[in-house]
Write a protein that binds this ligand. Structure first.
Ligand SMILES: NC(=O)c1ccc[n+]([C@@H]2O[C@H](COP(=O)([O-])OP(=O)(O)OC[C@H]3O[C@@H](n4cnc5c(N)ncnc54)[C@H](OP(=O)(O)O)[C@@H]3O)[C@@H](O)[C@H]2O)c1
Length: 330
């Protein structure tokens, strides 16, 4: 995601210039590369593996402490896109908390911190006069959170239903066209949506985290992932899926939530939907969410065939929101 973001920042350079935003990447970290920092900024071609480093090009410092890394990089913005831990949201929460405490905007593509620490990190960001933003976490870069936060002022969300996981939708589409479960899974892996170990998707964890993020933020009702009733698509066989589709009631991995007093009830499970339902129209990597609100009885957002650039776009848009105009070290 962050590689795609760097490409996108480059591609949108003139738009950023028009907004008065100058940027450079001054820190890069993964477990394998370690904590690299260079306040002068990295050569993007080297960073993206498009050219090798010239002698003396840069002298990235390897730090072993997160705060030391951020201060050596002189970062204004942290763009966090590490792997999801659905049970704790760590270590991403610690990283985002530390960045905010240092007066650095915290932007994430990772659902864990939203589900496990939304209130804490939002409150901390407000105290520090910085932003905690996470538009990429649900439906890639589609502006769901900013739609409600910045535009649908006062609108109350009573509930929603939708399809929010690409891998399972690609697998179901494959079985509808006559593939076995394993063949359909292989297709999802070949197009790059499913991981080598796709159990987070197939067992409904990814969708559950997205439901919990939407309920927590958009419905303003904290909910833990274990409070979402979860059933993945492992129990469905190819004949069942093929026949249901042929009979006009296809299976979808349906995400649902509705308000129940002060609480919210939520589920992720395979359901058969009528062929004319907006959820039945969504195939492959596309996704959809249908909100029920006090003002708009039905508000549907559909995303058709997103790629990783769409996810990177959510972080790009958050970046622009956070820095407004000015210079940013990322
Ligand atoms: N791909 C998408 O379309 C998409 C869409 C929406 C949201 N997301 C979310 O965005 C995040 C990134 O997704 P991705 O597809 O880019 O994943 P990815 O290709 O697996 O990249 C994850 C990166 O995080 C690093 N990492 C993992 N744990 C770390 C740690 N504790 N400290 C530092 N670095 C760590 C990994 O490198 P090392 O192994 O070297 O540490 C790797 O470079 C995930 O949370 C994912 O759920 C992805």
């Amino acid at each position: 995601v962050n590689r795609a973001l760097v490409e996108l920042l480059r591609r949108k350079e003139s738009e950023l210039q028009q907004r008065g935003i100058a940027w450079r990447i001054t820190g890069v970290a993964t477990r394998k590369t370690g904590w690299l920092a260079d306040a002068k900024g990295f050569d993007l071609n080297v960073l993206l593996g498009k050219s090798s480093a010239l002698p003396g090009w840069a002298n990235p410092l390897l730090r072993d402490d997160f705060c030391d890394w951020l201060s050596t990089a002189r970062a204004n913005v942290l763009l966090e896109a590490i792997s999801l831990d659905p049970y704790t949201g760590q270590p991403a929460i610690e990283y985002l908390r530390a960045a905010l405490n240092m007066g650095i905007h915290a932007i994430t593509a990772n659902k864990g911190p939203v589900v496990h620490a939304y209130r804490e990190l939002s409150t901390l960001a407000a105290e520090k006069g910085k932003q905690f933003l996470f538009e990429s976490t649900v439906m890639d870069g589609v502006p769901i959170f900013s739609l409600f936060r910045d535009h649908l002022h006062g609108v109350q969300v009573h509930g929603f239903r939708g399809i929010l996981n690409s891998t399972t939708n690609v697998i179901l589409s494959g079985m509808e066209s006559g593939l076995t479960f394993d063949q359909a899974l292989k297709r999802a892996q070949d197009v790059g949506v499913a991981e080598t170990n796709p159990s987070h998707d197939i067992d409904g964890w990814d969708a559950t985290m997205k439901v919990a993020a939407l309920v927590t933020v958009v419905m303003n009702t904290p909910i833990r992932p274990d409070q979402v009733q979860r059933e993945g698509i492992r129990g469905l066989n190819a004949d069942q899926v093929f026949s249901a589709h042929a009979a006009g009631h296809p299976y979808r991995l349906v995400c649902r939530a509705h308000r129940s007093g002060e609480q919210a009830e939520a589920s992720v499970r395979p359901e058969q939907v009528p062929a004319n339902d907006p959820l039945a129209q969504v195939t492959g990597t596309s996704s959809v969410v249908y909100f029920e609100t006090d003002i708009f009885p039905g508000l549907i957002i559909t995303e058709v065939n997103p790629g990783v650039e769409a996810t990177a776009y959510g972080m790009y848009a958050d970046f622009v929101r956070a820095v407004g105009t000015g210079k940013a070290e990322v």
